[in-house]
Ligand binder design. Structure first.
Ligand code: SAH
Length: 280
């Protein structure tokens, strides 16, 4: 097995930019490494970014230029003295809808300097009506050069601009958020951690939940005995093959119990009987 790539060292000159309470200025941010993955986010609330993406591993990778973030404020594209971006829904009903012409101007601005091929540069509208986001999608997005994310607000976006710009709709799950910003951060977080060197130890991305269609096995750490509860003995045995067997067995059992949908797909892929008993 090859050694996983070493995480960028903390003492490296580029990382000497100390953490500060001041928000990172996105425009004057550190130069991104050539060809680094990029996210362009169209939002009425640019101040929501980088948000949690500026913390921990994703934040360090952002400082290091392994990926880059650009927010495009929707407001200046609005019309009139108040820079209106929305209007009443055609056909009546509650709420407001983001206007096609205004959103189109922002999408065109975002398209500058990006490949028109949607496979190389997906253009996404975060939407509860979209295809549910999953790890396979995160891999597809991480393999692209970058992506544009449109964050909706109010009742959403005029359908015509989604059709005209071949926008892919992606949902975070079967619930309704107030806006697309949290969904965009979740999508970006899951995607950038798959970019090489963003996680210190790439092996952890290969072993975790969903990587083989299974949920992850239970994890333990010290103390070995806590409130009368011991760590499963096998994990302290130093017997790597047996530990790997135990972990796979636990991952299978958990997946079967908690996610019958994933379990059936896994069994079909591996030619297994989904009804077979788990030995452990
Ligand atoms: N009226 C819409 C919901 C609008 S919620 C409907 O019923 O489908 C306002 C915005 O929040 C949406 O435009 C979308 O960008 C975002 N949003 C809400 N729920 C979401 C989810 N589950 N996944 C992704 N984005 C979501």
């Amino acid at each position: 097995m090859t050694e996983p790539p070493k995480p960028p060292s903390r003492s490296h000159a580029r990382l000497s930019i100390a953490a500060s309470a001041k928000p990172r200025n996105l425009m004057d941010g550190p130069p991104r490494l050539k060809g680094a993955w990029r996210a362009k986010i169209i939002t009425l609330f640019p101040e929501a970014f980088p948000g949690t993406l500026g913390l921990s591993l994703t934040g360090r990778a952002l400082d290091f230029g392994l990926w880059a973030l650009e927010t495009i404020d929707l407001r200046p594209f609005g019309e009139g003295r108040h820079k209106n971006v929305d209007d009443n829904p055609a056909g009546g009903g509650a709420g407001m809808v983001l206007r096609a012409d205004i959103v189109a101007k922002a999408l065109s601005a975002a398209a500058e300097g990006t490949p028109p091929d949607r496979a190389l540069w997906p253009v996404i509208y975060l939407s509860p009506r979209g295809k549910p986001f999953n790890q396979t999608m995160a891999h597809r997005f991480a393999a692209a050069e970058g992506l544009t994310l449109l964050c909706g607000r109010f009742e959403g976006v005029d359908q015509r601009v989604l059709d005209a710009y071949e926008v892919e709709e992606v949902s975070l799950g079967d619930f309704v958020l107030t806006g697309g910003e949290i969904a965009a951060q979740a999508l970006i977080d899951a995607t950038v951690r798959l970019i090489p060197r963003v996680l210190g130890n790439q092996a952890s991305a290969e072993e975790e939940s969903f990587s083989d269609g299974l949920l992850e096995f239970p994890q333990y750490t010290r103390p070995t005995l806590w409130q009368g509860r011991a760590i499963p003995e096998i994990l302290l045995s130093g017997h790597h093959a047996k530990i790997a067997d135990w972990r796979r067995g636990m991952a299978e059992r958990l997946t079967k119990e908690r996610r019958p949908d994933l379990w059936r797909a896994y069994c079909a892929k591996h030619g297994r009987d989904p009804e077979e008993d788990q030995e452990l």
